[in-house]
Design a protein around this ligand. Structure first.
Ligand code: 5AD
Ligand code: SF4
Length: 453
């Protein structure tokens, strides 16, 4: 309370520093951005709602495809102008590039955009306060180390108000990095070797989130089902054990995990889908291609049949499970066999330093565009069919916010479909049983049939 009064008084004197953190790319970046916001809050920065308002601007970047990387440079160009305008108005702005482009390009970022003050990779952002202090005297600080210390043990826990603002569904990073080296992918280079967080740290974080109102956690990792953490007694926990522990936390009603590699779908993880009620019947399981020849060239180390076998085993354990996938264009055969609820398709983008970028016979851009369009049309057709098939079903919905219209609330089904229903705002933060009555292009409409819980 007193702290609030002081903050309001400082704001009235124009003294509150504000931070604006913009996230690009995957869910792990969303999580990292939140942790940076928590760190900034601890260091006296309030959250700014726009870059114009901010004394500290962080772009948390993605390097997965060329387009994603180039977007950062055009964004930085705009921010340089903003920084200059603010300087003329007597205000200092510190510009930070964090995330995977920072890791991959390091100094090159400063060369291409000298207005940048700090470049920090995804494994060292816990050092931001020191890096910002250094940059005060000498802008142009770069830290792309893979430090020996565990960044998570240096990051502050989120405050209750920040958790509440982020809503009842939260991400928790449990595993990072990748040792699989798919030939197209930059992740092993930007996020480093595979590492799992200790069980205790993950469960403590989930308990804190739950006590502040979180009802759904998504356990995230670039290779989440390779999770192998240790508990307090030094026992190894696989992902299935961790899901069980997360689901047992008071307050937690739904657990998800992403992203998984088909080769790490162990029997106990598949079985977990059958016996952990809170585990959502929905699995993001990228296949990347439906051709054994292409899978081999991608170094995926499995065949199409192995993937379909995982799908069959998961459906046997949990008959109402649905799947989503990622594809790099594109062999529609597997799309029909699985009947995906949702999918992402990408044109292959050559990433410097990866084996596939060196291969001969790169595909023409025009051919890629054509294949992508064909694949997307088919995936969209499957998605609509899946949505249509939920009409008349009763689904558990976690309500997260107000709907577009007055009197409406909005949430997500177990299958990640946005669901709108008439209902009081008191439903927000709660799970309710909803009968699906209608489909719109990107959402479902439902009727709440059970009291909130
Ligand atoms: N080009 C295109 N798509 C890629 N992905 C990863 N690397 C590339 C690349 N070089 C896709 C994969 C992955 C998703 C996150 O991004 O489908 O599952
Ligand atoms: Fe992008 Fe991959 Fe980095 Fe996530 S881990 S931000 S997808 S490059």
């Amino acid at each position: 309370m007193f702290e609030d009064v002081r903050r309001v008084a400082a704001a009235a004197r124009g003294e509150t520093r504000r931070a604006f953190i913009k996230s690009f790319g995957c869910q792990m970046n969303v999580y990292d951005s939140q942790r940076m916001a928590d760190l900034a809050a601890l260091n006296g920065y309030a959250e700014a709602s726009t870059a114009e308002d901010a004394d500290l601007i962080v772009l948390n970047t993605c390097h997965i495809r060329e387009k994603a990387s180039e977007k950062i440079y055009s964004e930085l160009g705009k921010l340089r102008g903003l920084k200059e305008d603010r300087r003329k108005a007597g205000r200092r702005t510190t510009l930070v590039v964090a995330g995977c482009v920072a890791q991959a390009e390091g100094d090159e970022i400063l060369r291409r955009q000298p207005a940048v003050d700090v470049v920090v990779g995804p494994q060292s952002y816990h050092r931001l306060p020191e890096l910002l202090a250094k940059a005060q005297d000498r802008p142009g600080v770069v830290d792309t180390d893979f430090p020996v210390e565990d960044k998570f043990s240096f990051l502050p826990a989120a405050r209750n108000d920040a958790i509440a603002r982020r809503g009842p569904a939260a991400f928790v990073t449990v595993q990072e990095g990748c040792d699989k080296f798919c030939s197209f992918c930059v992740v092993p280079y930007t996020r480093g070797a595979e590492a799992s967080r200790p069980v205790g740290a993950v469960i403590d974080e989930i308990a804190r989130l739950a006590s502040a109102g979180v009802r759904e956690v998504t356990l995230i990792g670039q290779n989440v089902n390779a999770y192998h953490g240790l508990d307090g007694q030094g026992r190894a926990f696989g992902l299935a054990d961790l899901i069980r522990a997360a689901a047992a936390e008071p307050g937690i009603r739904r657990v998800r995990y992403t992203t998984s590699h088909p080769n790490d779908m162990t029997d106990d993880l598949v079985a977990a889908h059958g016996d952990i009620e809170a585990l959502a019947p929905y699995l993001h399981l990228p296949v990347q291609s439906g051709s054994d020849r292409i899978l081999a060239s991608m170094n995926r180390r499995h065949r199409v049949a192995d993937y379909l076998d995982v799908v069959t085993r998961a459906r046997a354990a949990r008959p109402d499970i649905a799947f989503s996938s990622d594809f790099i264009v594109g062999y529609p055969g597997v799309v029909r066999a699985v009947g995906y609820a949702s999918s992402y398709a990408f044109k292959y983008s050559a990433r410097p330093g990866t084996p596939a970028a060196e291969m001969g016979s790169q595909i023409d851009e025009a051919v890629k565009i054509e294949r992508l369009a064909a694949l997307q049309a088919l995936l969209e057709d499957r998605r609509q069919a899946f949505n249509q098939a939920t009409v008349g079903r009763r689904l558990e919905v976690l309500f997260e916010k107000r709907g577009r219209h007055v009197g409406q609330v909005a949430g997500r089904s177990p299958y990640m479909q946005p669901v709108f229903a008439e209902g009081p705002t008191s439903l927000i933060g709660a799970m309710a049983e909803v009968e699906i009555v209608d489909v719109a292009p990107n959402s479902l409409r439902g009727r709440v049939v059970s009291p909130a819980s």
